[in-house]
Design a protein around this ligand. Sequence first.
Ligand code: NDP
Length: 334
Amino acid sequence: FNHIPEGFPEIDKTLIYDTTQTIDIDNVSLDGGFLVKTLDLSIDPYMRGRMRDPAIDSYLPAYPLGQPLNGFGLGVVIRSEHPEVKVGEYVCGFNVDHAHYFVRKDLFLLEKVDNKFNLPTSAFVGVLGMPGQTAFYAWHEYSHAKPGETVFVSAGAGPVGSLVIQLAKAQGLKVIASAGSEEKVAFLKEIGTDVAFNYKTTNTLEVLKKEGGIDVYWDNVGGETLEAALEAAKLNGRFIICGMISGYNSADGVPVRNLWQIFSKSLTLSGFIVNRLEERWGKKFREEIPARIASGEIKYREQIYEGLDKVPHAILDVQRGKNTAKAVVRVSKE
Ligand code: NDP
């Protein structure tokens, strides 16, 4: 990462792959820690927010210029001097370097993965990782949903939206969801969405009004989509403000015009950041969701980018909505 972008980031083709930092995996000093071989990297919308001036404060530090990126990912331990971490174990979390190998002293922001259903490791950075935990935690914490109510989910085909949809359907809600391509709309239908539409070819507000309004809105997008949801909200509606990707690459952020609907309809808006996930939710998530995925009840889709050098392409695809499903970079196979 060598430049703070204005607007969408661009790929510097001369500097994609940093081979100056090498690691001798047989001899690197572990100093009581462990050596991890990186397998899967999660490529997420928030990464654009870290490509900023470090003087601007936010919930995650800015990426330092001239350094490789890091983020949420999964790897396998190949050497260890740590008493609690064994060779062959998977570690996963928010402390994975975008590198083939990395050393850690402890499990700070990492946890060991119990893959008792033998799911693909990539699932642990998507539906079972940070995006899935986001959906699970905030849906249960903030939706106050009741069977028969109507929820609208934007960016519904991604890892966050698609799990929200399936949790809502399992709870007996009517689900309206939008996405940016016909292929994604087909996936929305496959996972049980009652009213699925392409927001690029269909007017969101018209759909929401035609369906009689909404009780809950899960916002992944902000901007005009949030405006439409505010206008279509019913009295006492709940808005879960998860993300606003329509503004991540704009210096102006995401202007929203009709905020007066919040008081006039007694709406509740709940914003949150999942890196503050409380342990009680993490425990419940691990107890419930892997089994529901293994049984096939909960479905998920991934787009695998092969090789570390694909990270910049995957980041841009996610920002521009060109990813077809949860974006994962497979750095190595085991
Ligand atoms: P996705 O994998 O779904 O990727 C983002 C998607 O957003 C794109 O594929 C695209 O889908 C859509 N998109 C991009 N630009 C626009 C635009 N201008 N207008 C409408 N849609 C757009 O992402 P995730 O499921 O990982 O994340 C979804 C949201 O959740 C993001 O806003 C993210 O920042 C947020 N988030 C928040 C967390 C928190 O703790 N609060 C944690 C994790 C995620 P399409 O083709 O449908 O347009």
